[in-house]
Design a protein around this ligand. Sequence first.
Ligand code: IVH
Length: 669
Amino acid sequence: MMTFIDYQKFVTQLNDWNHAYHVLNTPLVSDSEYDTEFRQLQSIEHENPDWLIPESPTQRVGDIVNSAFKKITHDVKMLSLSNVFSIDETIDFFVKAAKELAIPLAELDIFSESKLDGLAISLRYENGFLRYAATRGDGQIGEDVTHNIKTIQSIPLKLNAENPPKILDVRGEVFMIKAIFEQLNHLAQVQNSRLFVNPRNAAAGTIRQLNPKITAERALQFIPYGMGAYSGEIAFSRHSEILAYLVKLGFKSNQNNHNFSANKMAFEQDYQRMEILRESLPMEIDGIVYKIDSLNLQGKLGFISRSPKWAVARKFPAQIMITTLLDVDFQVGRTGVLTPVARLEPVFVGGVTVSNATLHNMDEIERLNLCIGDKVEIHRAGDVIPKIVKVVSEGKARQTIVMPDQCPVCNSRVKRIENQAAFRCSGGLACGAQIAERIKYYASRNCMNIRQLGSKVIEILCEKNVLTSVAGIYRLQRNDITNLEGQGEKNATKILAAIEASKKTEFSTFLAALGIPEVGESGAKNLARYFKVLEKLRAAEIEALVQVPDVGEITAGNVRAFFDDATNNQLVDDLLATGVTWDAHKIVEDLQPLTGETWVLTGTLNSPRNEIKVKLEQLGAKVSGSVSAKTTVVLVGEAAGSKLTQAEKFGVKILNEAQFLELMKSYEN
Ligand code: IVH
């Protein structure tokens, strides 16, 4: 008779085989033996449904999810890396770091890892079990992709640890190996369906699948490169220790890691080593990541905007090809700026067929001395938009590229923007291209997030003159939508509901959605925090605007110009009149995001305690001397004692100093 204990052993056995196969690349049994045992496990679970444990390998492929991807807030922000492209830039980066730390360059221990070309994922484990997985998103808020992540065999559903930490976020890259990518595209070709541009694109598309069965077939892989939030049962002093710990927990390791002390020769040798290795690797890598191994030094250096000051990516050079410039078109953007776009004779560069390239502006065309008919060199690096870098040989019948005097969309006059290389259509919101682009921007994910109202629908509604302004979104009627081809009642209901829901928003979101040039998400946040009230911002002079953190003269000028324009003011009034509102108190909370929290500091911290205390209080937190069940966070430095034990006892959230600094940084943006 099979007992529950036997069943558990069975699951462990299959998980061990899985680990050996997918993580260690050393199969312990044949595929067919595994399949037979797997089917037996399925039938045991079928007969004893209440035995089922979450780490059973049968739980990797679930049902189709029909909800859109839920948003997940990362406890510790997911950062990105700054890029360098040469040995000199690499050295400069670390010389600067060493200077800031006031230590000689050679004392920096560098940890080198290949830069996997996939997408960043954060895995949340609670008490050793995978709870959820999220994409990076904007760094702060990602999307729940747990259903697909569970299909990745190299991600343990249960960590291999006797006493796993209460909380652990494992961060790493999900990618598709080259061989699977080729198979997938081969199949797509046979079936005449859309090809993926590159393995990264294929991995990203696969992670956004609603059907985990499809994801499972595409055999994605995961390799960790760090951790996000984690509770205080674990502590490390080096990045390399973190990676070794993750391997112990059951994760795959990035095979080509390397440790050396910082000096020019070592960096160059390491780069050459990886450049040679690159071709033979099963996955695409687009560069090397160099990290300072000491977590103490990492903590001291901190971050600048979205990237750490202790790590940098040295990217492999762009791939180069030569082709012919066939023509140049002018595209009208959201703010009316006309961008020249090169139409090229299609050419295959780094696995992608390229037939367009942006030329940025007329100065760039002049600088390149570019004419239609010329043979040009184009570069493409990873995800970067292809770029024309030079004319290789002039065409026989060279045709000069000229900026049209009339907008190709609305025929209004095109004027050069004062002191800038850009030209703009003067049609403003009377220009069809600008209206559609403005509406798309307003409804986009990082603005009002009316996702159900897609770009195509907006374009058609604008073409048909049903939508003629941004505020028109809120006046759309049911039959405006059902009259469109392919849009039934169900879709109309969804779209209208999403539009209605978007009316309740936040001041900063609304500001960002207005599309003021140079005012993005973080600029809008700063403006909202500073002015708190729309009318104050509307009336603000340049002198007041430049007082706002990160707002320079150009942005200030754009904000002033935006609100000096009658059409824009009318639009803002219209939007408010249709019922767009926000909670004015939210902004104050935003200013003091830690309101209601009680923090306790313990152990030896690098920053002066008093400084930390003042900072926390400024953000609205109370700082207390003793830990209780009511404590929100305990900030632990080195050699922490009883307070840490207390925090663990009460299950209070624990942060180390590096995590704390990262959190503080996130409030500055
Ligand atoms: S470290 C705080 N290490 O590259 C630093 N990133 O361009 C966080 N990536 O978002 C990143 N391989 O998705 C790190 N060995 C590696 C990596 C790596 C690939 C990706 C990651 C990150 C992006 C930044």
